[in-house]
Design a protein around this ligand. Structure first.
Ligand code: PSU
Ligand code: MN
Length: 304
């Protein structure tokens, strides 16, 4: 497929039959400020390499789906203002016009599947927004999880979303939600949300077996592997609830809608927490990278 371009490192990893872990680029271009975004992206890649897998950060550049980015390309995405946020619906026009694009969870899943990558590490998935009964704002990430065979390692979903409705939606779509060492679905900055996961699993081997079994059964779609933020990095729940409520009010007052909602809220939460949310975000992504690389290694011999 001539839209797909693998980096030398990723191409070699596939040739040598080594496990590869996909990474998204919206978190770089729209989820964190410069230079933390660039430093985190680099550190996450290093963690994946240290844990025996090969990182493949995915983005759209010069009309190609790029799987595995060079240093200067990561820097461009981290610094440039005009990078499009690309979900499933945006892939055709961003690729066709040659614009630079950062892929969301949904688009990264699509591109990872095209490149034959089974495991994808990110921070948090999109979901059903609060007030979705009025706005219909439901992330395309959820539909993607229903149809595309990629396991997504994340720290749950932020409580800017309606976590209860997000989990109901995933249940309707038949997407397994696995808790890594926890019975509770994690809420990104906080370890608990008050909602249970479908199943708790404690080791990468057990998780890999469930992923493999889902696909061997011919059950289409992804899985949510929900890995709670480490205790030491977690933020206080009541404080976060208050700050998120403030940020949501600001978004409404400013008339923010559609794809701008999540980046706007992330930026406001960062300011309102005095940077604590950014530190937590960085810590949880790195933790997910460790766990994701371990799962990719355990899954690889089952799949290849
Ligand atoms: N959550 C974060 N950081 C992010 C995102 C979510 O903590 O950067 C991004 C992811 O790329 C996710 C997207 O797929 O936001 C969801 O956006 P939307 O709700 O517009 O689908
Ligand atoms: Mn949305």
């Amino acid at each position: 497929m001539n839209f797909l371009h693998l980096s030398e490192e990723v191409r070699r990893a596939k040739e040598e039959n080594r496990p590869v872990v996909a990474l998204e680029s919206t978190i770089v271009a729209h989820g964190m400020p410069y230079p933390d975004n660039l430093n985190t992206a680099r550190e996450v890649e290093a963690i994946i390499r240290d844990h025996g897998a090969v990182p493949a950060t995915i983005a759209i550049l010069d009309g190609k789906i790029r799987v595995g980015l060079a240093e200067d390309e990561l820097r461009f995405l981290a610094k440039h203002d005009g990078v499009e946020k690309v979900s499933r619906r945006d892939l055709p026009h961003v690729i066709a016009t040659g614009k630079p694009g950062a892929t969301t969870v949904a688009a990264t899943m699509i591109c990872a599947r095209m490149a034959g990558i089974d495991v994808f590490v990110t921070g948090g998935i999109g979901g059903v927004h609060r007030q979705a009964e009025k706005t219909m704002d439901i992330s395309a990430d959820l539909q993607e999880l229903a149809r595309t065979d990629v396991a997504v390692v994340c720290a749950g979903a932020k409580s800017v979303l309606d976590i209860g409705l997000t989990l109901e939606y995933l249940e309707t779509l038949g997407v397994p939600v696995i808790g890594v060492g926890t019975e509770e679905f994690p809420a990104f900055y906080c370890r608990s949300s008050g909602y249970p996961v479908d199943v708790r699993l404690d080791t990468p081997e057990e998780i890999a077996r469930v992923i493999h079994t889902k696909w061997e059964l011919g059950l289409q779609g992804g899985l949510v592997i929900a890995n709670p933020i480490p205790e030491a990095d977690a933020l206080e729940e009541e404080t976060m609830e208050r700050i998120i409520a403030d940020a949501l009010r600001e978004a409404e007052a400013a008339g923010i809608s559609g794809k701008r909602v999540t980046p706007f809220l992330l930026d406001r939460i960062k300011t309102l927490t005095g940077g604590d949310s950014l530190r937590a975000n960085i810590a949880l992504v790195k933790h997910n990278a460790r766990v994701g690389a371990q799962i990719a290694r355990a899954l690889h011999p089952l799949r290849h």
